[in-house]
Design a protein. Sequence first.
Length: 114
Amino acid sequence: MGIDMLEIERLERALRRRPRLAERLFTEAERAYATGRARRAQHLAARFCAKEAVAKALALEAWSHRDVEVVATGTAPAVRLGGAAAARAAELGAEVVVSLTHTRTTAAAVAILR
């Protein structure tokens, strides 16, 4: 299991300082999903937390944030793994599930291997 939490304002500041950061951390689909929402950074922050939580659950040491993609399904979010994350999950024979949450100020996510 992995968990992560982030102050949304912290991500907002980082994105303002480094506009290309979003491209390094998030897939095109993740960015498009967040752009369609009232507060883009709130949804990106939850996805960032999911990526970190998945990395912790898989005990990843070297990986790219784009190796973990949070996919909107209309119900509970799913994750699509690539690169080092997919290799590690296969090595463990594990499926990864995530749960995201956010308030006005904070985002969090939990990842569980099953």
